[in-house]
Design a protein around this ligand. Structure first.
Ligand SMILES: [Zn+2]
Length: 367
């Protein structure tokens, strides 16, 4: 996946390729400190937000909801912001590609330059997780010889993926909001990278799907065109089914396998208590008759003691993302210490006693 897929749905790869930045600027990018990188990631997201805002304003103007703004001026602003966004994206991509950890993460299906830059900017391997300083703000901890992050699970908590974490009222948020968003995006990419549904369709179903997809774009396919499309689509799907066997698809497979497992659990009623918990929360969410209608389907499922398909998806996504983060940690530690992966993750092995169940990261060391 290139950076482009995360940049904008409307943008073309060409736009991204056309962005020119001087060599000096790009060399500069590879020398960023972690703080600089983090600032650049923030800048990127801020620019994106502004650009989307400008685009919305323009749309509102075009559809005559909002006639206060000069549409032409908005258009110019949107384009300029877009250009800056692309440049920032390119700079981030340059940074990520210049670092071994970034190269590894980029080699994984579902990860793009911006998400990897965000991970690299926010995950600090030297940050202190020593138990004796638990509860003491990082800046107030005395200087000590610190091993830094010890386990992949340290990252899970930091990314807000630890289910036991609660954000108490008046307390500082115990996770990093940007990192949490990034992790959610990674999960989405794992999910969207492969559609099991399509590969399971028979000829007739696939025909209908292709016909409908074209129709949605106002194109009515003739019989010949449809036949031609069928051949192409089947080839594409076969290729995809083949490619998903590759190492770089590890987390996508993990997600889909987990989905089957979670669904079976759900059907067997294993999430009854969780469903009850959510049902209790549900009453807080629903405030109007409109809400009532919107959530009616979900309520029915929860009342039957099961979680909604969406919740099952989120569970499976979190599982795959946590696995990825643990591996990101292992690869990072290995690169940092120069030790092979088995030795770099020693703490994990000690913690879990015996390392027979350790699943090493895919595509590492990189080929
Ligand atoms: Zn420490």
């Amino acid at each position: 996946m290139t950076g482009i897929e995360e940049l904008s749905e409307t943008m073309e790869q060409e736009d991204f390729d056309q962005i020119k930045i001087s060599k000096e600027q790009l060399t500069e990018a590879t020398k960023f400190s972690q703080n600089q990188l983090r600032a650049m990631v923030d800048m990127y997201y801020n620019l994106q937000k502004l650009r989307c805002g400008a685009a919305n304003k323009k749309r509102a103007h075009d559809q005559q909801y909002d006639t206060l703004f000069d549409s032409i001026l908005m258009d110019v602003m949107k384009d300029r912001l877009f250009e800056m966004e692309l440049k920032t994206g390119k700079i981030l991509e340059t940074y990520v590609k210049s670092k071994p950890l970034g190269q590894w993460a980029l080699s994984i299906t579902g990860l793009g330059a911006i998400t990897v830059a965000s991970l690299m900017g926010h995950i600090d391997f030297s940050s202190c997780c020593c138990e004796q300083y638990d509860g003491i703000p990082r800046k107030k901890r005395p200087k000590h010889n610190c091993p830094g992050l010890m386990y992949g699970s340290n990252i899970h908590s930091f990314a807000g993926l630890n289910p036991n974490q609660v954000w108490e009222k008046g307390q500082r948020r115990p996770w990093n909001a940007r990192l949490k968003t990034t992790c959610w995006q990674i999960g989405e990419s794992f999910k969207k990278a492969f559609s099991v549904k399509k590969t399971k369709m028979d000829d007739k179903q696939l025909r209908i799907a292709l016909y409908d997809a074209a129709k949605a774009k106002n194109k009515i396919l003739t019989e010949d065109q449809l036949n031609e499309k069928m051949i192409k689509e089947k080839k594409r799907l076969a290729k995809k089914v083949e490619s998903i066997k590759g190492e770089e698809w590890f987390y996508v497979r993990l997600y889909h396998n987990r989905l089957i497992y979670e669904n079976a659990n759900n059907e067997a009623g294993k999430y009854k208590r969780e469903a009850e918990k959510r049902l209790a929360l549900y009453k807080k969410v629903v405030k109007s008759a409109e809400d009532e209608k919107k959530y009616a389907e979900g309520k029915k499922i929860l009342m039957s003691g099961k979680l909604t398909p969406k919740a099952i998806e989120e569970r499976s996504k979190r599982y795959a993302v946590k696995f990825f983060l643990s591996h990101y940690f292992d690869v990072g530690k290995s690169l940092l210490t120069g030790e092979p992966i088995e030795r770099a993750v020693k703490p994990w092995i000690i913690q879990h006693g015996g390392h027979s169940c350790y699943i090493p990261p895919p595509n590492f060391p990189m080929k």
